[in-house]
Design a protein around this ligand. Structure first.
Ligand SMILES: Nc1ncnc2c1ncn2[C@@H]1O[C@H](COP(=O)(O)OP(=O)(O)OP(=O)(O)O)[C@@H](O)[C@H]1O
Length: 273
């Protein structure tokens, strides 16, 4: 269980997160949503101990994250940031090997365990055939899977992703989210991620937190969080929220503020939920 308790944080004098609290359960597929600049990535950085909060604490299984050594923490939680430089010339297996850093000795020579971990993850993600390709030669979707592989070889129980599906088409986006879902449900990993696509968030996440100007606007199940009133206020737009007939999960459609001249539908409440 992860407990984020009364966290305020930011950069120099700029306070971004204002007294945020939330609990993340071991079994959660936990989505963080909110508009650009709301503080989602900052929250992930606090959680991953990359920036220290001005006040408040983060606990993993009742242990303050400040009490972990660097290596111990890297064996507990792994993080894929929003931007990662893949322009350097590495093969896919060399690139994935960077994820084994916490397990290596001071000479940084990979052991049999490190090679075995890479092989296992490549099999899991079906990317064995990429192993010797240069990372620069991959498509956006393939590259994203390799980045996830680097996170997985770290073999942590908690995996954190900052917008893992940005720039991907709907097919690749679904593939990545299915992989993360499998990690959550079959491999018992706690998955925490930020998403801009509210429909993907509604479809895949077991819990959501909606961040508004650095504070928690609402947290709970997708049905609780994706309600049109909160979404409209936070994103300053007009939406309809419906239930996906196949999965029974909520999805959100933007609506032109002036209604639709073809159907004559106005923005009455009955048309929006
Ligand atoms: N390194 C930094 N130094 C100073 N300010 C920063 C830094 N990183 C982010 N900020 C500011 O903190 C605020 C929150 O940024 P953050 O990246 O957490 O938002 P976000 O919700 O993840 O946004 P997005 O959806 O656009 O990625 C923004 O105003 C941003 O300009």
């Amino acid at each position: 269980m992860i407990r984020i308790e009364n966290v305020s944080a930011g950069y120099l004098n700029k306070e971004v997160l204002k007294n945020i609290s939330c609990d993340i359960d071991k079994k959660d597929f936990f989505g963080i949503i909110g508009k650009n600049g709301a503080g989602k990535s900052t929250l992930l950085k606090v959680l991953c101990n990359l920036i220290k909060p001005y006040s408040g604490n983060v606990f993993i299984d009742d242990r303050n994250i400040n009490s972990f050594s660097r290596k111990e923490f890297a064996k507990t939680i792994s993080f894929l940031p929003q931007y990662i430089d893949t322009s350097l010339s590495f093969t896919v297996s060399e690139f994935i090997m960077f994820g084994r850093y916490p397990y290596m000795n001071m000479f940084k020579i990979p052991s049999d365990d490190d090679y075995a971990a890479i092989k296992k993850v490549m099999n899991f993600l079906h990317i064995k055939n990429f192993a010797e390709k240069n990372i620069n030669e991959l498509s956006g979707g393939e590259k994203q899977i390799v980045l996830i592989a680097q996170v997985l070889v770290q073999e942590t129980d908690i995996v954190v992703f900052d917008e893992p599906t940005s720039h991907l088409d709907i097919g690749n986006q679904n593939d990545i989210l299915e992989i993360l879902k499998k990690l959550n449900e079959k491999c018992d990993k706690t998955v925490i991620l930020t998403l801009h696509d509210l429909n993907a968030a509604g479809e895949f996440c077991s819990k959501l937190v909606l961040i508004e100007n650095g504070s928690v606007c609402r947290q709970g199940t997708a049905e609780e969080v994706l309600n049109y009133r909160d979404i409209e206020r936070v994103y300053n737009t007009t939406v309809v929220v419906k239930t996906n007939p196949i999965s029974n999960r909520p999805y959100v459609i933007p609506v032109s503020k002036t209604g639709n001249r073809h159907t004559g539908f106005g923005l009455k409440k009955k048309n929006r939920i």
